[in-house]
Design a protein around this ligand. Structure first.
Ligand SMILES: C[S@@+](CC[C@H](N)C(=O)[O-])C[C@H]1O[C@@H](n2cnc3c(N)ncnc32)[C@H](O)[C@@H]1O
Length: 345
């Protein structure tokens, strides 16, 4: 896929990132996207940028998501050297939210820019006298960020694999969550929450498109025999994979991690938009699975280190405490002992 800017899009978003679902269609025929998918399925071979779901049968959803993620990674790495050419991703709303996020950090504080891409916000953070760590799963994108902002720390790591533990005063994840499938949203939000110190702020954007476009994309994916769910789009211009959760779902996921809303704003372009969200991580974490809620102030007494028990805020997902943990355990521990149910979405 080539990197192009779209004149109807105020020239500020690379074409391959755009959630363009309105593809040309003759009456009574499949759209171009579905035709591409079907051609791929019929060919049963030939991996390529437009090829989606190259399987004899309906692919297993987990395997398919792994493939899609690899496609996203390759797509960004391939386009990284020219990604910034003629493309300005930073809108006034992005800038305002990043400035506000920086203000929540003490002088010399630490900011995480997760999925930083070529690093359009790293300079803002450094100029404001804070330290910044930029992470991304794409080596190519990270190489661009490193070249532009050698004063930042850079780490190649995916959103799903972030392991930072209370290292940051603030975190952002801008224009990237659209590449995260619903199964991984809770994991990624938990990783971001764990990366933050108690009370730290998180700024993220949630991309949105017209729900009718998503209805159409879902039908096309179903016809093409893909294990996609409603809200996902894997057309040629999505960089390999996009998922658009609705706002209520996002609120529930954020609340499940204990994030409290601080501010939000909307931005809409021709056929897509961003919901900007600023939230604050909890000061106090709550044990789950306990007969009665127990809260622990982790600033004064870190239960992880002292009692070997991890607290967590996911009260509504109460699970029976495992043997030896009468007061309940956090999801992190449940993961380790295999108790965490697959997130509902
Ligand atoms: C549209 S770019 C946005 C980059 C930057 N945040 C910005 O606002 O310009 C999306 C970025 O997300 C990264 N990305 C996508 N999925 C990711 C994942 N699962 N983990 C880490 N990075 C990911 C891509 O490599 C790419 O750099």
């Amino acid at each position: 896929m080539s990197l192009r800017t779209d004149a109807s899009n105020q020239g500020n978003k690379p074409f391959f990132c755009r959630p363009t679902l309105s593809v040309p269609r003759l009456p009574g025929t499949l759209s171009a996207t579905a035709a591409i998918m079907l051609a791929g399925l019929r060919a049963r071979c030939l991996p390529g940028p437009d090829f989606v779901g190259a399987k004899r049968d309906v692919p297993d959803r987990r395997e398919w998501l792994v493939e899609r993620r690899a496609a996203v990674k390759e797509d960004y790495t391939r386009d990284a050297p020219t990604y910034d050419a003629g493309y300005e991703p930073v809108t006034a709303v992005h800038r305002r939210f990043v400035a506000r996020l920086i203000e929540t950090c003490p002088d010399g504080g630490m900011v995480l820019d997760a999925a930083c891409g070529t690093g359009p916000y790293l300079g803002m953070v450094l100029d404001a006298g804070r330290h910044v760590v930029g992470t991304d799963q794409s080596t190519g994108m990270l190489a661009q960020a490193r070249a532009k902002h050698p004063g930042a720390r850079h780490e190649q790591v995916g959103l799903q694999e972030l392991e930072f533990d209370r290292e940051f005063d603030a975190a952002m994840c801008i224009d990237a969550m659209e590449h995260v499938p619903p199964e991984d949203w809770p994991l990624v939000l938990a990783n971001l929450r764990r990366a933050l110190r108690p009370g730290g702020h998180l700024y993220l954007t949630v991309e949105e498109v017209d729900r009718r476009d998503l209805d159409r994309a879902f039908k096309e994916a179903t016809v093409a025999g893909l294990p996609a769910i409603h809200g996902e789009h894997v057309g040629a211009e999505t960089g390999g994979y996009h998922y658009y959760p609705d706002r209520e779902q996002v609120r529930r996921w954020l609340a499940a991690e204990g994030f409290e809303p601080v501010d939000e704003a909307d931005e809409w372009f021709d056929d897509y938009g961003y919901h900007h969200v600023l939230v604050r991580a909890p000061d106090r974490l709550t044990l789950v699975g306990a007969p009665t809620a127990t809260t622990v102030d982790i600033r004064e007494n870190d239960p992880r280190r002292t009692a070997g028990r991890v607290s967590h805020s996911r009260m509504e997902r109460a699970v029976a405490p495992p043997p030896g943990y009468p007061h309940g355990v956090a999801r992190d521990v449940q993961d380790e002992v295999g108790l965490l149910p697959v997130p509902a979405f």
